[in-house]
Design a protein around this ligand. Structure first.
Ligand SMILES: C=C(O[C@@H]1C=C(C(=O)O)C=C[C@H]1O)C(=O)O
Length: 279
């Protein structure tokens, strides 16, 4: 095998890695860019060898996957880019109709856990494509958005709607950190290609360090293409989004899996198997 097939989420929450790939870290890798839901599907169908995926995907397919250590997309509290936008206060949501963005998987579960666990609500959920300019379809009470769409909404709030940050809500409910996304490798690929796995791990792990050493340049690289200011991205990347998969973040991930299991969103609580790479 020559070029490992690597999935990359095309959201600003991984901008340091996007920047590093554009500055040579993609050499020898075949990169596929997409929204989480598409990459989730591609890794479990073996169209990718390694990918950034929704963290719930690992729990659903842990027999076939291993987790790359030290890297993830996570927050300790507010995330800004995973939002429930609602026509009514969250306390008044009961069996209402809620639209879930088709781009996500983890946040679907996170919202269900929070609404049931913290607000006693069991709404009717429907998955649809939603745009941030028109976030709540006429027939629904609320919508869940993620990524750049949600970040844009966070900075363009309408006075007649209510906004809830699910990172903040998770921290309030559990006291824990939250891991939204992991990098996983297909087990067969990992076992048969240890050197390529090491190469991909080194590139991704280093990219966040190098990227943050060049934070100004990294942010400026996105400004011409994205509807955000320097200050907004400076606040989002670094203090808000974290990329270190430390013991505390792993604990938050285990709590998430455990609550997802209690709600029958996953069949079992997986053991988190880390890929065998030199760190
Ligand atoms: C923080 C975020 O984390 C993400 C949320 C995901 C999900 O809900 O499945 C998947 C990947 C991450 O991009 C975000 O998208 O804003």
């Amino acid at each position: 095998m020559s070029c490992p097939r690597v999935g990359h989420i095309n959201f600003l929450n991984v901008l340091p890695l996007t920047w590093s790939y554009a500055h040579g870290a993609d050499q020898g890798l075949a990169i596929t860019r997409g929204v989480p839901a598409v990459l989730n599907n591609d890794i479990v169908n073996h169209r990718l060898d390694v990918s950034n995926v929704s963290s719930i995907v690992y729990a659903r397919d842990s027999e076939e996957l291993v987790v790359l250590p030290d890297v993830c997309i996570s927050t300790d509290g507010a995330v800004q880019s995973i939002l429930l936008v609602s026509r009514k206060p969250i306390d008044d949501i009961k069996d209402d109709k809620i639209i879930l963005t088709a781009k996500s998987a983890t946040s679907h579960c996170l919202l269900k856990i929070i609404l049931r666990g913290a607000y006693g609500a069991i709404p009717n959920y429907f998955v649809r494509h939603i745009t941030p300019e028109d976030p709540i379809p006429e027939d629904a009470t609320a919508s869940l958005l993620i990524g750049d769409d949600a970040l844009w909404l966070y900075h363009h709030k309408q006075p007649d709607l209510y906004y809830y940050d699910l990172g903040y809500e998770w921290k309030k409910m559990t006291g824990q950190k939250m891991v939204y996304a992991l990098w996983v490798a297909n087990k067969n690929f990992a076992e048969q290609n240890p050197e390529l796995l090491q190469l991909v791990y080194d590139r991704i792990h280093r990219a966040f360090q190098t990227g943050m050493d060049h934070k100004k340049e990294v942010i400026e690289s996105a400004l011409p293409h994205k509807p955000f200011t320097y200050e907004q991205l400076d606040d989002y990347l670094g203090p808000t989004i974290h990329w270190d998969l430390t013991a505390e973040y792993l604990e938050g991930l285990r709590t998430f899996y455990s609550l997802a299991h209690q709600m029958n969103l996953i069949e079992h609580i997986p053991e988190i198997k880390l890929a065998d790479v030199k760190r």
